[in-house]
Each structure stands twice: as C-alpha cells, then as structure tokens.
Design a protein around this ligand. Structure first.
Ligand code: FE2
Length: 199
C-alpha cells in the first residue's frame, strides 16, 4: 500500500517557489541599492534562499520533488529591481511600503492550521514564520530609511540634463561662428569697397 500524499505538499512547494524568487529579487537589489540598506536587503535575501533550500530538502525527505513555478511577470519585476530607479520607488512598486498591513500575519499563521503536519515539518514552519516576521520588520526599516533620506536625484536625469546643456552650448557656438563669419565677411567687403572708392 502506498503512503497517502500529505495534504501540505502543495504548501511546501509554494513556499520553495516563493522564497526562491524572494532570494533572486532581494539579492539582485542588494547589489544596486543605497549602501545604508544593503545589509538589511542582503539579510532578508539570504533568509529567503535558506528557506527555499530547507523546504525543498523537506519535500525530498518526504519523497517528493519540487514543481518549479515562476510567478507571472516576475522577470519584469526583476528588470525593475535591477534598474536605476530609486530604492523608495522600488519599495512602492513592490508594495513593500505597505508590508504588514491587512491580514499578512494571519496568512503566515494559516500555514500551521493543518493539524496533520508532521512534527519535523511543523518545527521548520515555526522557525520560518518567526523569521518571515522579522524580515518584514527589516524591510519596513529599510523602507523608512530610504523615505527619511528622500528621493535622490536620478543619475539618468542629471545625465540627460548634462547632455541637453552640452547640446545647447554646441548650438550656441555654431550660431556665434556663423555670426562671426557674417560680421567678418561684411567688414572685409566694406573695406574692399572703401579701397575701391579711394582708387
Ligand atoms: Fe519569504
């Protein structure tokens, strides 16, 4: 007789996929963010990576393998995170500025509502919930830090401005050169005509 598939395999699978993407996203962000929030983002990234490995290992111990699933639009989100958009804008795009609002905590507790969960998996889930709560506080602190510093001037915007100024300067130089040519041309002509008049 084959053992019945535990009811929580799908949950473990979803955790692994979610945490893997969380790692990918935060790890990427930690390489381009303000140095002041780098260690916070990196800490959460490493936790996400560890959670993904822990629960994938548990799935294997229970006799199952991961069904990989990438969230729709995740690659686009990753592009946004790698871009030079400000950290504050990234937090807001991801909805991280509203983390913990609503029923986020209840969602985490629901993971333990299934009374058939074996003690080893339940132990891992308990640690996972506690770390996720702390990660949420870390991300909130990182967001508050960027908010307190205000929106930095985008380097792209200042580059654009520099390009515009250079272009205007070069146009102005062209105009001056044309004017000079005209003025010099006229004065040469008038000098020649004066010479002719004298003759
Ligand atoms: Fe997570």
């Amino acid at each position: 007789m084959t053992a019945k598939k535990p009811t929580y395999i799908g949950t473990l699978n979803a955790i692994v996929n979610g945490e893997r993407q969380g790692f990918e996203l935060l790890d990427c962000w930690s390489t381009v963010c303000d140095p002041e929030i780098q260690s916070m983002l990196k800490t959460v990234a490493l936790r996400e990576g560890e959670h993904a490995a822990t629960f994938e290992k548990r799935l294997c111990e229970l006799g199952f393998t991961l069904k990989e699933k990438r969230a729709e639009g995740f690659d686009k989100t990753l592009q946004m995170i790698a871009s030079d958009m400000s950290d504050m804008a990234k937090f807001e795009q991801l909805g991280y500025d509203k983390l913990g609002e609503g029923d986020g905590e209840d969602q985490l507790l629901k993971l333990l509502a299934d009374k058939t969960i074996d003690p080893a998996t339940a132990g891992l889930l308990g640690r996972f919930i506690a770390e996720e709560r702390d990660s949420l506080l870390l991300l909130k602190a990182a967001y508050e830090c960027t908010r307190a510093k205000g929106e930095p001037e985008s380097p792209v915007a200042s580059d654009d401005l520099l390009t515009q100024v250079c272009q205007q300067l070069s146009e102005l130089s062209d105009e001056v050169a044309k004017l000079r040519e005209k003025v010099e041309g006229k004065s040469t002509k008038s000098r020649k005509s004066k010479v002719r008049a004298v003759k």
